[in-house]
Design a protein around this ligand. Structure first.
Ligand code: ADP
Ligand code: MG
Length: 685
């Protein structure tokens, strides 16, 4: 039966239902999936390995000198081309020995190890040969992600055979890059690329093919993203710096802006002066001073007669933001109000009314600002703090708040996503980065095991006597706020039991009443509480410069970016900060946890840590799969520096393409969009 690109793999000769179900575990359902299945890496077997090295891949050729069994191992001993002896070893496959005879010439490959003074390869790949150059095992060998019950050789052979068979179809139906792009980026035809991918002459050739395929994939990712980004065609109120509020605001600050803050403010001013909406992501590590930027942006709108909305992900953070911005603007003629759902109904109603009438200049809140029916009189700019917790849908809804004109839009995030990853995820946003921090205070991070908990807290009490304040973060309990409250209360009780007199300890968690929580936070801010025991509610936004010490209980339960966010709370002054990560003994920790803890000890730079985090967890996890629907890419590897350059080129090319009319009608592009984004293609027709 002839096959086409959409034929299910079970109908391919030699596959059948069992292997088909195994292939489906690798995400391979159809012929198309099969030929687009990228190798994990390549083995360079273009020549025999000149010197064996333990733990490394090797390819050897040799003569069988003996065979036999030892325990459950079947062993064939070869004298190989280096002059050494090497054992080919299998476990519990007695029949394997039958096919070997003394004097046979064998080529074998796999990872070599030293064992009992001998080289060995466990479960080798092998072939009987007469002549090395004719062996199908020589050359550059793709290694595919594998699954139980599917041999590498099988996948390899299958892909090659199928690719040969459907080659004419690939040429006819799978060329997605217009000739001009291929010429510009020096990319061969799709068929050539797939042949290079699965059957390269050199390792380099395979990698080049994969990069070109990643480029194609990302180009269509961006084309799809941008073709829906209609805001670029919408009208926004041009907002031009007047200085009546902004200049006074800057003059009134007790410090100079950092260079990075100035640069970012300039970028924002340029964006807002246009009559198309700003659509910008502001990235800055914790403590980089984003709040000032948001206040400035809001005031820019207000001095032009427009309103500003600032949203935070939680009520606590909204309150915090409100207090800070209120303080910053206390000498200016602006009306700043907080609107959160926890407030008394009457008060809420009156603030809502004020927003509608334009009496409120800057409204601060949670997503209540968009989900509840808040009406603005003339919203000029919408600012979202800590964006990664908001979904794209919420973003869109916020933008509808501006009536005839679309408000300018600024998203701020403290999750230091590597820049190109940000370009991908927030591909429809322009990106500004604050890469400089106002405070140059050091942080010393120590990873301490629980048996020294007593010592840690004695040291902490001593520091408190010297005038310092501290956070103690309770263990993270996933999915259960109730257990979390229990955990935090236990830590609180423990500290109260062992504390010396004169030291005051407070407790905050998400289940407390707002007034109660606020009161404790205020006391902590005023220095009346020395040690604040808290759940991760303090993760972002809380700002008490004198609190320079943090102890994190069961630090192994936290993710890397979360630990970094937490630690950011104590890096708010020029003083040296101390962060203690308490964990169970090392042997109880996972490898990944150890890498995280060690990274925290070594690095305080958020971008560095986010790179490590990205490698540990992959991009989907890093950003929380739920929120952004990050596509799993087939070829593009967001953790690879090389690929990130490709992503940037693809983004640029997609933008340039879309700036020309009729591009979506180019046959290759149409085909590509339909292939990569079938749902959207149906929706738009
Ligand atoms: P982020 O929101 O980026 O984590 P914040 O805006 O809360 O950071 O700023 C952290 C701290 O640094 C705050 O106490 C803020 O007042 C202070 N700060 C901001 N900009 C500067 C600056 N240019 N010089 C000194 N301190 C600054
Ligand atoms: Mg902040």
């Amino acid at each position: 039966m002839p096959i086409d690109l959409d034929t299910p793999v079970k109908y391919i000769k030699g596959v059948g239902p069992r292997r088909a179900s195994r292939l489906s575990r690798l995400g391979i359902h159809t012929v198309k999936d099969l030929i687009l299945f990228p190798p994990r890496r390549y083995l360079d077997r273009s020549r025999l390995t000149p010197r064996l090295e333990a733990g490394e891949e090797a390819v050897v050729v040799g003569t069988v000198v003996s065979k036999g069994e030892e325990g459950n191992e079947q062993i064939v001993t070869l004298k190989i081309h280096t002059g050494e002896f090497l054992n080919l070893v299998w476990r519990k496959v007695p029949f394997v020995l039958r096919s070997f005879r003394e004097g046979d010439r064998v080529i074998a490959a796999g990872r070599v190890y030293r064992y009992g003074g001998m080289w060995r390869i466990l479960f080798p790949e092998y072939e009987f040969i007469t002549d090395v150059s004719s062996s199908s095992m020589m050359g550059v060998i793709p290694v595919y992600p594998s699954t139980e019950g599917l041999k590498q050789g099988f996948i390899r052979g299958l892909i090659r055979d199928v690719l040969r068979e459907v080659a004419p179809l690939v040429e006819r139906e799978m060329e997605f890059l217009p000739a001009e792009i291929r010429k510009k980026r020096n990319i061969p035809s799709k068929l050539a690329l797939l042949n290079m991918l699965h059957n390269p002459r050199t390792v380099k050739e395979g990698e080049v093919a994969r990069q070109a395929l990643a480029y194609e994939e990302m180009l269509f990712f961006f084309l799809n993203l941008f073709r829906f980004a209609t805001y670029r065609k919408q009208k926004a109120p041009p907002i031009v710096k007047k200085g009546t509020l902004t200049d006074r605001f800057i003059e009134g600050l007790p410090f100079q802006l950092t260079g990075a803050q100035k640069r970012v403010i300039k970028e924002i001013e340029e964006d807002m002066a246009r009559d198309t909406p700003m659509h910008r992501l502001l990235q800055g590590d914790v403590g980089s001073g984003k709040t000032i930027v948001s206040a400035y942006t809001a005031l820019l709108a207000v001095e032009n007669g427009y309103q500003a909305a600032i949203m935070a992900p939680t009520e606590i953070l909204a309150e915090q933001l409100y207090m800070v911005i209120k303080e910053f603007t206390k000498d200016l003629p602006v009306n700043v109000e907080l609107l959160i759902s926890e407030m008394p109904t009457r008060q809420k109603a009156s603030i809502r009314h004020g927003i509608k009438m334009g009496l409120v200049n800057i409204a601060i809140g949670t997503h209540a600002l968009i989900t509840e029916d808040v009406e603005f009189r003339n919203l000029g700019v919408a600012i979202i703090d800590e964006q990664h917790r908001f979904g794209v849908g919420q973003r869109a809804r916020l933008l509808q708040k501006g009536r005839e004109l679309t408000p300018h839009f600024l998203v701020m995030t403290a999750t230091p996503i590597p820049r190109t990853l940000a370009l991908t995820i927030y591909g429809d946003l322009d990106v500004s980065i604050i890469d400089e921090k106002p405070h140059k205070g050091k942080v010393i991070t120590r990873w301490v095991q629980e048996r020294d908990r007593g010592k840690v807290y004695q040291w902490l009490f001593q520091k408190v006597r010297e005038g310092k304040q501290a956070y103690v973060v309770a263990p993270l309990v996933e999915q259960s706020e109730k257990l979390e409250v229990k955990a935090v209360s236990e830590v609180y009780d423990y500290l109260n039991k062992i504390k010396p007199t004169g030291i005051s300890i407070g407790l905050v968690h998400g289940r407390m009443k707002r007034e109660e929580r606020q009161e404790i936070m205020q006391k902590f801010r005023r220095g009346e509480i020395h040690i604040l025991v808290a759940t991760t509610v303090i993760e972002v936004g809380i700002d008490v410069p004198n609190a320079t010490i943090m102890v994190i209980e069961h630090a192994e339960r936290f993710g890397l970016s979360q630990l970094h966010q937490l630690r950011g709370r104590i890096m708010r002054s020029r003083e040296t900060a101390y962060c203690i990560l308490l964990t169970p003994p090392e042997y109880k920790l996972s490898e990944e946890a150890k890498v995280r803890l060690q990274a925290m000890v070594e690095y305080s730079d958020g971008f560095k840590l986010s790179e490590i985090d990205l490698k540990l967890r992959g991009p989907g996890e890093l950003l929380g799969k739920r929120q952004h629907g990050l596509t799993q890419f087939r070829f593009a590897d967001l953790t690879s520096a090389e690929h990130r350059k490709i992503i940037v080129s693809a983004r640029k090319d997609a933008k340039a393409l879309l700036s020309r009319p009729g591009v979506l009608e180019i046959p290759e592009i149409r085909r590509g969009l339909k292939f990569y984004h079938p749902e959207e293609s149906i929706a738009v027709g």
